[in-house]
Design a protein around this ligand. Structure first.
Ligand code: HMG
Ligand code: MG
Length: 302
């Protein structure tokens, strides 16, 4: 237990990764209310939107309005996804504190998600990172499909992820979020992946971004924590899915992560009870399903 971090930084991705896949409409004002409620519960890092093509992801088309309407707190980082310079310019306009570039570990997912090869996505990211640096905005890098791909299967070579991590760090990303995009990983694979990446990067520069399709996300996070990772991406009420993988579920629920971390004595600064209230807002106002065992159990006890 001694190798576990004393505290963990939660990156709440429900308003972006969670909402980008919803087929039912969520209004701009409801997105703003969701983000503000998350911050009221103690979330300090929130992915608030994505400056991507509205033809590709219609649900994120109002990200500029969302960013403009949020009542900002000085102690919260509001980040957005930016796949290209057009997106980066929008992020600057929107006063994003942080942006994220994203690439994939597999060529098939790269084509489906960003209409380009992995090499082209890296070339595209370079001017985005440069522009972010010029504007004093820090850059996160995402790698998708690190533990499985809808088209290329589950055996993704960890050394390929390690090489991509090193490339993104060299480019200027401060942190690399490892995406188990369709939730196919298991803890042993997580441990092997992080060991491999550790040969080229410091584990303090890694974040775990695990989806929960096979119910493995918490176990995978436990493995990541044991390997020294201390940044976890999660989504309130377990919102989300993947448009390219039938049946793939959302990110691990933030409430489930908090319940486990509290049990391990790991600090997050987030109030679990208030976060369950946000899950109720997701259910009652956004009319979306709560996919969190901790939320359901805690609601039963109220
Ligand atoms: P493209 O069609 O090849 O690009 O898409 P294009 O340059 O030819 O532009 C096509 C149209 O999009 C043009 O408009 C552009 O102006 C517009 P038109 O002239 O046809 O009217 N456009 C934009 N509009 C707004 N903002 C922009 C932008 N860029 C172009 N930034 C592109 C290439 C990358 C733009 C597209 O494929 C795209 O937007 N992809 C994003 C897909 C996406 O957001 N996926 C979800 C996020 S990644 C994820 O969820 C994984 C993650 O959670 C981690 C994990 O779980 O693994 C992060
Ligand atoms: Mg994701």
């Amino acid at each position: 237990m001694s190798s576990f971090p004393a505290s963990v930084r939660i990156v709440e991705v429900g308003a972006r990764d969670g909402l980008q896949n919803q087929s039912s409409d969520v209004s701009t004002l409801h997105k703003v209310a969701l983000i503000e409620r998350l911050c009221d519960a103690g979330i300090k890092h929130v992915e608030a939107g994505a400056f991507v093509s509205p033809k590709w992801v219609p649900m994120m088309a109002d990200s500029a309005e969302v960013m403009a309407l949020i009542k900002r707190r000085d102690d919260v980082i509001y980040s957005t996804l930016t796949p290209n310079v057009k997106g980066m310019e929008a992020a600057i306009q929107a006063n994003a504190n942080e942006i994220a570039v994203f690439i994939s570990a597999t060529e098939s997912f790269s084509q489906k998600n960003t209409n380009c090869s992995i090499a082209e996505a890296l070339v595209r990211a370079e001017p985005v990172v440069a522009l972010a640096k010029e504007n004093g905005i820090r850059v996160r890098g995402y790698i998708s499909c690190v533990l499985g791909c809808p088209w290329e299967g589950d055996d993704i070579d960890p050394s390929r992820i390690a090489d991509l991590t090193a490339l993104l760090l060299d480019m200027g990303c401060f942190e690399i979020s490892l995406g188990d995009t369709i939730g196919r990983g298991t803890p042993g694979k997580v441990t092997r992946l992080i060991n491999e990446i550790s040969k080229q990067a410091d584990v303090s520069q890694l974040a775990a971004h695990f989806h929960n399709t096979y119910g493995q996300a918490l176990a995978n996070i436990y493995a990541a924590l044991a390997s020294g990772v201390s940044v976890i991406d999660s989504s309130v009420a377990g919102l989300g899915g993947c448009p390219y993988a039938k049946g793939a579920t959302g990110n691990v629920a933030t409430e489930d992560v908090l319940y486990m971390l509290e049990g391990l004595g790991i600090e997050t600064g987030i109030n679990l009870d208030k976060l369950v209230d946000v899950a109720c807002f997701v259910r009652d106002t956004l009319q979306l399903h709560i996919d969190s065992n901790a939320s359901k159990a805690l609601l039963n006890r109220r």
